[in-house]
Design a protein around this ligand. Structure first.
Ligand code: HEM
Length: 506
């Protein structure tokens, strides 16, 4: 009797052959750009995770390497990644030679399943089109007041009542980072899509959309950290492990994004609708592209703001005099009134300084990479071969004595003030919002959101870290992800100080 191979056998053999073939192709391609077998001390430390003996985060190790480099630029051979903390190089790649340092194909492949052709993941005409459309949305007085009203509503009607209910129980511990993620998710959905997901109710589990979003963002970021892309590509081909989870998370995101689009079609998206999605829907009717736009704007506006707020409250809890100075300034400038506009916030120089200082030490986007198109030489003399990944590193830049002085590791908002007035820095020395041609479009909105929340909560509550004093870390530890997320969250106790005790920060 002749044995016939079963269809399953044929499938397995075909997939395995394809996997091996792909592996070989990728190894050959990556060898041309990088050195995957480098055994220098730095590469070995990366591969064996030896850095974790002395550093809480990979970013801290990179900061250390960059601090010790005379040019403030290093090259990690096995990753084929040139990393810089030198502002002159940053200006060169983000502005002077912008066209030679696009996001590039390798990144759009890594993030492609999750972000598709959304603004974060494209170059050229696709980027220019989205940038132009979105710029129209972000400019202008009426949109600023729409954003301000959205944030105020979310604070007054949801955030403060929630924190008040928690403050009633002496012992109740709250994960403030989770609260800020819910808060910023609601705000960005209302602002970008004109829809309210009502996440800021702790009684409700975080929506499946938000959870799938976190998962997809984390797994996509992990792809970028692999020494060879072949590993995740083969796992994706065979639908295994983290790649299987990513596929499921993306399927959920697709369903929900489609719901957002359908709901918008029902509600309408004519010019009376001020949200960003309505503006795009008046021009685009490809649902897949609209889905990509939705995902990119969620990513832009949600985790970044939650990250800035979480670091801010962690730092302020450790520096209560900063909270006192913020409250003192607001009483002096606007008295006991509420802040009523975007413009009024600009008069609060110390508050602005405290927010900038927070993001100097803890940037929500800790590093950002581009890919060099044609061989180039950075202004510090570093040669960059075509196809090399080039990363500027705001987290390390905030820790450079040469840039911020010998007290660079201290949280000192005063460094941003000159005669009591906020003095902005060169954006290439402080590229927290990126800089140059692709500077963050939501910068003003994000600053307004962070400052309004900071102010509203500091005037009303005292936020205490719940970690016992002996275990309090000196710096924050982050989970892998596209934006900085504190590992383990931000457990705090909340005390209501509104009843006649506003000065009790001392
Ligand atoms: C503290 C909060 C924020 C920080 C630190 C921040 C930072 C950044 C950074 C570093 C980039 C460049 C990313 C890259 O090219 O890979 C960026 C781009 C962008 N951001 Fe923000 N962002 C924040 C909040 C927001 C908000 C609230 C929105 C929208 C409402 C927004 C919208 C955008 C958009 C649309 C881009 C893409 C710009 C382009 O590629 O032309 N951001 N942001």
């Amino acid at each position: 009797m002749e044995l016939q191979p079963s269809p399953l056998c044929i499938l397995i053999v075909t997939l395995s052959t394809a996997a091996v073939f792909l592996l070989l192709c990728h190894l050959t391609a990556s060898c041309r750009r990088r050195n995957p077998w480098c055994s220098c001390e730095v590469c070995e430390t990366y591969l064996t995770v030896g850095w974790s003996k002395h550093h809480a985060n990979l970013c801290d190790w990179y900061s250390d390497l960059l601090r010790r480099s005379p040019t403030k630029t290093v090259h990690i051979h096995i990753l084929g990644n040139t990393i810089t903390a030198n502002p002159v190089n940053v200006e060169y790649m983000l502005k002077t030679r912008f066209e030679n340092f696009p996001k590039g194909k390798p990144f759009s492949t890594i993030l492609g399943d999750f972000l598709g052709h959304g603004i974060f993941n494209v170059d050229g005409d696709l980027w220019r089109f989205q940038r132009k459309m979105a710029s129209l949305e972000f400019d202008g007085f009426s949109i600023r007041s729409f954003a301000f009203d959205t944030v105020r509503f979310e604070i007054e009607d949801r955030l403060i009542p929630l924190l008040l209910s928690v403050s009633e129980t002496e012992t109740r511990i709250l994960d403030l980072q989770d609260v800020f993620k819910r808060f910023s998710f609601d705000c960005i959905c209302k602002f970008s899509f004109g829809l309210d997901p009502m996440c800021l109710q702790l009684s409700l589990p975080l929506s499946e959309f938000a959870l799938s979003f976190d998962l997809a963002s984390n797994i996509s970021a992990e792809r970028a950290m692999k020494a060879s892309p072949s590993v995740w590509k083969i796992k994706r081909l065979l639908n295994l492990g983290s790649e299987k989870k990513l596929r499921e998370a993306i399927a959920m995101i697709d369903v929900l994004a489609q719901e957002v689009i359908d709901q918008k079609r029902r509600i309408g998206y004519s010019s009376i609708h001020k949200d960003l999605l309505s503006r795009f829907m008046r021009t685009v009717n490809d649902d897949k592209f609209l889905r990509d736009i939705i995902v990119s704007f969620l990513l832009a506006g949600r985790d970044t703001v939650a990250s800035a707020l979480s670091s801010f409250f962690w730092l302020v809890a450790k520096h209560p005099q900063v909270a006192s100075e913020i409250c003192e300034e607001v009483s002096r400038v606007i008295g006991n009134q509420q802040v009523t506009s975007f413009e009024q916030l600009r008069e609060l120089h110390y508050l602005n300084a405290a927010v900038y200082e927070t993001m100097r030490l803890y940037p929500p986007i800790q590093f950002d990479s581009k890919f060099c198109q044609k061989d180039d030489i950075l202004p510090d003399g570093t040669f960059v071969k075509s196809g090399t990944r080039v990363t500027y590193h705001p987290y390390a830049m905030g820790r450079m004595e040469e840039l911020w002085g010998p007290d660079c590791l201290e949280f000192r908002p005063g460094r941003w003030l000159e005669e009591g007035k906020f003095r902005p820095e060169n954006p290439f020395k402080y590229p927290i919002f990126q800089a140059g041609l692709r500077v963050c479009l939501g910068k003003e909105m994000a600053l307004m959101e962070v400052k309004t929340v900071a102010l509203s909560l500091l005037r009303r509550f005292r936020v205490e870290l719940a970690t016992p004093a002996a275990e309090k870390p000196t710096g924050l530890r982050f989970s892998p992800g596209l934006t900085a997320t504190i590992s383990g969250g931000l457990p705090v106790k909340i005390r209501d100080i509104s009843t006649g005790a506003r000065a009790s920060h001392k």
